[in-house]
Design a protein. Structure first.
Length: 94
């Protein structure tokens, strides 16, 4: 039986099937020991360390005008409020 490659003629990875995935082997079986030593050891589904400082979730009440304005600017409006507040803090530090 001919083994089906995971890439097509252009080198792109084709869509994997259940049969393909069943043939996968654990990394410990196929990777060199030196590489396994430097890879992070996490449990399945466990997140790695935060790349950026984490934000704190709080409940804040803003005026309707402020919310309408920022929401009208589209996706990411909460982050834009955060940026405006950061600028204010920088300008008003004593």
């Amino acid at each position: 039986m001919k083994r089906k490659t995971l890439t097509d003629k252009s080198g792109e990875v084709r869509q994997l099937t259940r049969r393909d995935i069943k043939k996968f082997r654990p990394a410990a079986e196929v990777l060199p020991a030196a590489l396994l030593e430097v890879l992070p050891s996490r449990k399945r589904g466990q997140r790695g360390p935060q790349k950026m400082p984490t934000k704190e979730s709080v409940t804040v009440r803003y005026s309707r005008e402020v919310l309408e304005y920022f929401r009208s600017t589209g996706a990411g409006w909460q982050s834009r409020i955060d940026e405006v507040l950061k600028e204010w803090v920088i300008q008003h530090k004593s």
